[in-house]
Design a binder for this molecule. Structure first.
Ligand SMILES: [Zn+2]
Length: 316
């Protein structure tokens, strides 16, 4: 099991360069099992990185994503830790549920997308100095004139990426213009970051989508599923909750959020998708100790969902 160093009360800080460096190191350390891939670019031209773990030509896939909301960039640390842990377990010849992880990865490879909103993460951590000079006035306006961007959620042009997917998409009547959070964009998939996710999903046979957000320690799974799909997805959410101790939002009667990536995936493909909100609500900013606790509680989620996805994909 991955060992994590305690770094105490320091806030987690992480940018796209760190993501690139650490994924590159993993790909170099495990050349037979992992490869780095760029799936698109952000508004400011940052590469969107993925690490693909498992057989490159596996017939099916699992997606694990983090950092789509700017201020939730600490979720990227969990996705990085999960990628490392899966690679270590695979290299050690570990098994899960009686099957070798290497066999599971032959059927279903895992796409780790740690930081889908690198511009927003930078803006949150560095403020306006991160932005091109010509855009600073506009960004300030979209942040209510406040020179503190630590609560910013959107991408660099004020679109909430997790409200920009084509699943009951609408422009929230309260937020009809670009803003720090809550603006769904001029149309579904208007942003390069969401378009990159859409393109990727359309190119591979994703069985499951796992999306990390913060905060609240809850698991969202519902987007209108019925009958067998509903039973399957609720059971999987409860399986995740057994590991991390979070609350499963039962929903099931009404849809509580719209136009997120998991919402679109569930609606479009009829397959399970999860939004997992890490950390307690009060954990702002996220410290290294808070992160370590979340990593310990969520490290097993990937192998759990990988095993289920492989079973569902192969009928075994
Ligand atoms: Zn979020």
């Amino acid at each position: 099991m991955l060992k994590l160093q305690s770094l105490g009360q320091q806030p987690v800080r992480l940018g796209n360069d760190d993501v690139k460096e650490r994924l590159t190191a993993l790909a170099a350390q495990y050349p037979d099992a992992a490869r780095l891939q760029v799936i698109g670019q952000s508004v400011w031209g940052e590469d969107l990185y993925a690490l693909v773990v498992g057989d490159a030509d596996a017939p099916h896939a699992l997606m694990v994503q983090g950092g789509i909301h700017a201020r939730e960039y600490a979720t990227a640390e969990l996705v990085l830790a999960q990628a490392q842990d899966l690679l270590e377990q695979n290299a050690a010849g570990a098994s899960y549920g009686g099957r070798r992880i290497s066999d599971l990865l032959g059927a279903v490879n895992v796409w780790f997308l740690p930081l889908l909103n690198p511009d927003g993460a930078l803006l949150c951590q560095q403020g306006l100095s991160a932005a091109p000079a010509a855009e600073r006035d506009t960004l300030l306006e979209r942040n209510n004139g406040i020179d503190d961007f630590t609560r910013w959620k959107a991408n660099a042009v004020g679109v909430d990426l997790n409200a920009n997917f084509d699943a009951l998409w609408r422009v929230n009547p309260d937020v009809s213009l670009p803003f720090g959070n809550g603006y769904a964009g001029p149309e579904p998939f208007s942003e390069p970051e969401t378009q990159a996710v859409k393109d990727l999903v359309e190119q591979h046979d994703f069985m499951t989508m796992l999306c990390y957000h913060s905060a609240g320690e809850v698991i969202y799974w519902y987007f209108g599923q019925q009958d067998d799909d509903r039973q399957r997805d609720l059971a999987l959410a409860e399986g995740l909750a057994q590991q991390n101790g979070y609350r499963v939002v039962q929903a099931g009667r009404e849809i509580t959020s719209v136009a997120g990536s998991k919402d679109w995936f569930v609606q479009q493909y009829g397959r399970p998708g999860f939004t997992v909100e890490l950390f307690a609500m009060s954990a702002v900013p996220v410290t290294q100790d808070v992160l370590r606790d979340a990593v310990e509680r969520n490290l097993g989620a990937v192998v759990y969902l990988l095993d289920e996805a492989a079973s569902r994909a192969t009928g075994q």
